[in-house]
Write a protein that binds this ligand. Structure first.
Ligand code: BTN
Length: 254
C-alpha cells in the first residue's frame, strides 16, 4: 500500500478485517486519536447502517471511517454528513461518465440512476461544554457487490454501472482527497456552500416524498433542506414541515 497520494492531513489505519470501521474509529477517538485518522478495512464482520440496520460488507467494496474533531455544537457538526455525501459523489464522478446520474438522497445516501451505491453513518460524542468531542463519519461504497435491498430505491455498484474494476486504494484516496476539499469548504464557508452544492445534486427535489415516522408517515413535496440540513416537506395545504431524521422515499406514493 502506497499512501503517498493520501492528503497529508490523514493518518491511515489499514486493516484487513474488523467488526466495523466506525466502531474501531470510535474506540480510537475515545482513546485520543487525532482528527484525520482514517480507518480503512477490506471487510467488516459487523458492518452497521443507519437505524440499527446491518451493512453488507463483503470484500471488494469500500469501508472507511474518518475521525473529525470540529469545535462546534452537534447540530452544526452533523452538517458534515452532507460534505461526506458530496465527497462520495465527487469520487464517483471520476468513475461514472454521466455525472448527472449521481445524486445525493436525504439524509446521507448517494444514488446512481435512483439506485443506492453508498451510505454514510455519522456517530459522535459530546464533550462537557456541549460541543462535539469527536465525530466519526463512516462511508460504505459498493464498488464490486451490492446487496439486494429491493424497494423503491434498490442498490447498485460501480461494476453494475459499467465502471469496470475500480482499484480499492484509488477509490479510497479519491474519496479522502474529495472529503478534504469539502471539509475545508465547510470550515471556511460554513454550511451554505455545502448546502448549495448538495441541493444542486439532490435526488427528488420538487417531487413528492414520503417520510416514515415513529407513528405513520408524512407525505409532501420535497422543497429543500433548511440551514441545518433538516428536510423541508410541503403538505397539500401549503404548510411546511421540517424533519431532522427518517427514511424517505420519492415518487408517487401508492
Ligand atoms: C446507511 O446507509 O445505512 C449507512 C451505511 C454506512 C456503512 C459504513 S461502511 C463503513 C462504516 N462502518 C460501518 O459499520 N458502517 C459504516
Amino acid at each position: 500500500m502506497n499512501p503517498s497520494r493520501l492528503p497529508q492531513e490523514y493518518r491511515l489505519v489499514e486493516l484487513d478485517e474488523i467488526d466495523s470501521t466506525n466502531d474501531e474509529a470510535k474506540r480510537l477517538a475515545a482513546a485520543g486519536a487525532p482528527e484525520g485518522t482514517l480507518v480503512w478495512a477490506r471487510c467488516q464482520t459487523v458492518g452497521r447502517g443507519r437505524r440499527g440496520r446491518a451493512w453488507s460488507s463483503r470484500r471488494g467494496n469500500l469501508f472507511a471511517s474518518i475521525i473529525v474533531r470540529p469545535d462546534c455544537a452537534p447540530l452544526q457538526a452533523a452538517q458534515l454528513t452532507f460534505a461526506a455525501a458530496l465527497a462520495v459523489r465527487d469520487m464517483l464522478t471520476i468513475y461514472i461518465a454521466d455525472s448527472a446520474s449521481i445524486a445525493c438522497k436525504w439524509p446521507n445516501d448517494v444514488l446512481v440512476k435512483g439506485r443506492k451505491i453508498s451510505g454514510i453513518l455519522l456517530e459522535s460524542s459530546t464533550a462537557g461544554q456541549g460541543n462535539v468531542d469527536w465525530l466519526v463519519l463512516g462511508i460504505g461504497v459498493n464498488l464490486r457487490h451490492h446487496p439486494d435491498i429491493g424497494g423503491r430505491h434498490p442498490s447498485t455498484s460501480l461494476i453494475d454501472e459499467g465502471a469496470g474494476e475500480v482499484d480499492l486504494c484509488a477509490a479510497l484516496w479519491d474519496f479522502a482527497g474529495a472529503f478534504s476539499r469539502r471539509w475545508k469548504q465547510w470550515r471556511d464557508g460554513g454550511f451554505a456552500p455545502i448546502r448549495d452544492a448538495w441541493l444542486e445534486n439532490a435526488f427528488g427535489l420538487g417531487e413528492r416524498a414520503s417520510i416514515k415516522l415513529e407513528r405513520g408517515e408524512f407525505v409532501g413535496g420535497f422543497v429543500g433542506i433548511d440551514a441545518n440540513g433538516a428536510l423541508r416537506l410541503k403538505a397539500g395545504d401549503g404548510t411546511e414541515r421540517l424533519f431532522s431524521a427518517g427514511d424517505v422515499t420519492f415518487g408517487e406514493q401508492s
